[in-house]
Design a protein around this ligand. Structure first.
Ligand SMILES: Nc1nc2c(ncn2[C@@H]2O[C@H](COP(=O)(O)OP(=O)(O)OP(=O)(O)O)[C@@H](O)[C@H]2O)c(=O)[nH]1
Ligand SMILES: [Mg+2]
Ligand SMILES: [Zn+2]
Length: 363
């Protein structure tokens, strides 16, 4: 199961479950690879990590964040010739968003992910605000973010694009790729650690599935052309799915997101904007609004040009959005190590502080 990403905490939770139930019943762990009209497609149920099996969700009332999601570890029970999902094991990390549309509900995009790759592309999709939004969600879910700038074969100013993206992603690894040039995906290779799980997220048409096809080496998954004029994709991928790579890494491909709303991402926002929070901690007044106060470190940074006014405005906007959704929502994703996210945010602030002292530029 280790090959499928089974970790110590999953093992511990599974043991606890197995001890609680009667001896005659045996639970089998498996990993959710896809969801299909009421059925749960799992990997590893028969002991062979590469063989698929189809299970039924034992609790039809399970809804929202309690329902099995792609990437979840579940405990199955064999009953009358069929496999039934009895439990969803606590997630070690996740990537969650607010459901598109007006409903205030959470949607689990991918569970138990080590890294989430925000894919964007040279062209109309490239937007600092979009990247920041994704990063806040990724940090909040306890995964490590990476920004992928795809379609680097298109004409662009490499240094300028890098600078724009890195300013929105302080302390985050940024790689550039192309699925149409030789060696265009080499920068991704070090990320493909055997047994680790990576999720690909981003807008439709940026090339998530094209990247996966390159990594798979067989190019079998469907990709679709972008529209002329606005460079938007046609939502070619329609479901989330976990894939094996020849390297032994696991990759979750997801459908392009039209709207991406934040969910319970307060701590993630602190990590994504650690540069601003670190500055704010040095203002003279602890309740500084960074609007007119004297000895305001944020305003000073704006004046010196090390902080862009747009980035500050986006930070405030996202903070308001998070507060607004939080006021209306009850449900919180269950995950171990919420404290860890807070520690990451603190760690990033510390690192940026040291970088500043050393005169290194990290944003
Ligand atoms: N020029 C260029 N085109 C690319 C590259 N990668 C992908 N494309 C093209 O971009 C279009 C969209 O690619 P997909 O892989 O389907 O995009 P996606 O992100 O999976 O889109 P959805 O499944 O709709 O979310 C296709 O026409 C690809 O051939 C690249 O590196 N360079
Ligand atoms: Mg796709
Ligand atoms: Zn201030």
């Amino acid at each position: 199961l280790k090959a499928l990403g089974w970790g110590d905490s999953h093992h511990r939770h599974f043991e606890q479950l197995s001890n609680r139930i009667e001896r005659t019943e045996t639970l089998v762990p498996a990993r959710v690879a896809a969801l299909e009209r009421g059925a749960v497609v799992v990997l590893g149920a028969g002991g062979d990590p590469r063989s698929f099996a189809v299970a039924r969700d034992g609790r039809s009332r399970r809804d929202g964040l309690d329902a099995p999601a792609v990437g979840d570890w579940v405990a199955l029970r064999a009953s009358a010739g069929e496999l039934v999902v009895e439990h969803v094991l606590p997630r070690s990390s996740y990537f969650v968003r607010k459901e598109a549309g007006r409903r205030t509900a959470a949607q689990m995009v991918a569970a138990n992910v080590d890294r989430v790759l925000v894919v964007t592309a040279i062209g109309d999709d490239l937007s600092p605000g979009r990247i920041e939004r994704y990063l806040a969600a990724i940090w909040a879910g306890g995964a490590e973010p990476v920004v992928v700038i795809n379609k680097r074969d298109r004409p662009h100013d490499t240094a300028e694009v890098r600078a724009i993206v890195q300013a929105s992603a302080p302390g985050v690894q940024v790689v550039s790729t192309s699925t149409v040039t030789d060696g265009g995906t080499d920068e991704l290779t070090p990320l493909l650690v055997p047994g680790s799980t990576i999720a690909l997220v981003g807008s439709s048409g940026v090339g998530k599935t094209s990247l996966l096809n390159r990594l798979l080496g067989d190019g079998q998954l469907a990709t679709g052309a972008v529209r002329e004029g606005d460079d938007k994709g046609r939502h070619t991928t329609t479901r989330r799915e976990l894939h094996w790579l020849p390297s032994g890494a696991l990759v979750i491909d997801t459908p392009g997101m039209r709207e991406f709303g934040l969910w319970d991402a307060g701590a993630g926002l602190s990590a994504a904007f650690a540069d601003i929070e670190e500055l704010a901690a040095r203002c003279r007044f602890t309740d500084c609004t960074h609007a007119h106060e004297p000895e305001c470190a944020v305003l000073e940074a704006l004046e010196r040009g090390v902080l862009l006014p747009d980035r500050l405005a986006r930070y405030h906007r996202l903070a308001r959005e998070i507060a607004h959704v939080e006021a209306r929502a009850g449900e919180r994703p269950g995950r171990e190590g919420k404290q860890r996210v807070k520690n990451i945010a603190r760690g990033m602030r510390e690192r940026l502080k040291i970088n500043r002292k050393l005169g290194l530029k990290d944003w």
